[in-house]
Design a protein around this ligand. Structure first.
Ligand code: ADE
Ligand code: ZN
Length: 341
């Protein structure tokens, strides 16, 4: 008899998370507490007054996301946010985390770059005892200019040189903001030794063109969301042949659009794409953290341990760590499975 998938199995499975925005982990309780500490009136008498039901589209989500993060002002705020999330990730058996942050969303409000990166980095250093390896990916906001992204890359240089930032990404509002707009800054980032990734959000205008630009012109090392690639057989073959990772966030889709995009995810998975599962902005997507994503998608899709093991393997395979480290994490998965048998 085939055993039913247990939540305990999912919780204990070693995994990597590659697509989660630190600002998207700001739960209403923490937003409320930090607002109080910084004496900011956010118009809420209790955390429950903070509305996270913002609507269905990317612009609606982004409005709520940028509003929430206004309370983050000091190094301590960025430290507390990161420290709380890292504890959660370690408790979820995330062994390796590549974490997005959005510096321009803060520097544009007058918060120095140093405040943001130092607060986040200090929390990473202090999490050394947690058995989780953490790297940072700095995202450029795509509604800002390429010059602004260049300026941000320049500000990041001393921290990149110290090994604090591993990659760059591109997020925020995709409408009329294609990958090509950022061609020069991504080329420069590549020259400086950063890994490259990019969001191609779901069902956006010209999304397949954006995916094509990201893969063929920017030559990203990984693709974030990008599930509309299933509409173009050549691009999908390219992604699979080149072993380029693709980060899916099923509960993020489900929270707003009530679909987990099972059809596209299964098509990629069944054709051997290196697809991983991630939480994106858990505090804004119904507090669905990584293990909720694994478990709920499997339940909905009649998946069992076998499929989730492959998803976890993919997460390490497409992470930006050495081959030796990959093998060591994959061995941890094997050990976990054999101890269960
Ligand atoms: N910023 C934070 N999360 C994002 C997402 N999933 N897409 C685009 N921009 C984002
Ligand atoms: Zn994202």
């Amino acid at each position: 008899m085939i055993q039913k998938l247990s939540r305990k199995f999912v919780d204990g499975l070693p995994k990597a998370e590659l697509h989660v925005h630190i600002e998207g982990t700001l739960e209403a309780e923490m937003e409320f507490a930090i607002a109080k500490r910084n004496q900011i009136d956010i118009g809420a008498k209790t955390p429950a007054d903070i509305d996270r039901n913002y609507g269905v589209g990317l612009p609606e989500f982004l409005k709520a996301y940028y509003k929430g993060m206004q309370v983050l002002r000091t190094k301590q705020d960025f430290y507390d946010l990161t420290a709380a999330f890292l504890r959660k990730e370690a408790d979820s058996n995330v062994k390796h985390l590549e974490l997005f942050f959005d510096p321009q969303a803060h520097t544009s409000r007058g918060i120095p770059f140093a405040t943001v990166i130092e607060g986040i980095h200090e929390a990473i250093v202090d999490a050394a005892s947690l058995d989780i390896d953490v790297q940072l990916i700095m995202c450029f906001l795509r509604e800002y200019s390429q010059e602004s992204a260049m300026q941000t890359l320049k500000e990041a240089e001393p921290y990149h040189k110290k090994g604090w930032i591993l990659g760059v990404g591109l997020d925020s509002d995709e409408h009329h903001n294609p990958p090509l707009k950022f061609m020069l800054v991504f080329a420069k980032a590549r020259d400086q030794g950063y890994y490259l990734t990019m969001h191609c959000d779901l069902h956006q205008v010209d999304t397949v063109d954006h995916i094509k630009q990201a893969l063929e012109i920017i030559t990203v090392d990984r693709l974030d969301h990008g599930l509309n690639i299933v509409e173009n057989a050549d691009l999908m073959t390219f992604l699979i042949d080149q072993k380029i990772g693709i980060t899916a966030c099923p509960m993020a889709y489900f929270y707003t659009r009530k679909v987990m995009e099972q059809k596209a995810i299964n098509k990629l998975f069944n054709n051997g794409a290196l697809i991983s599962f991630n939480s994106d902005d858990p505090a804004y997507k119904g507090s669905n953290y990584i293990n909720d994503v694994y478990y709920k998608f499997a339940q909905k899709s009649d998946w069992n341990e076998k499929e989730l093991i492959r998803i976890a393997q993919n997460s390490f395979k497409t992470s930006w760590i050495s081959q030796q480290e990959k093998e060591s994490y994959l061995a941890q998965i094997d050990e976990y499975i054999s101890n269960k048998r």
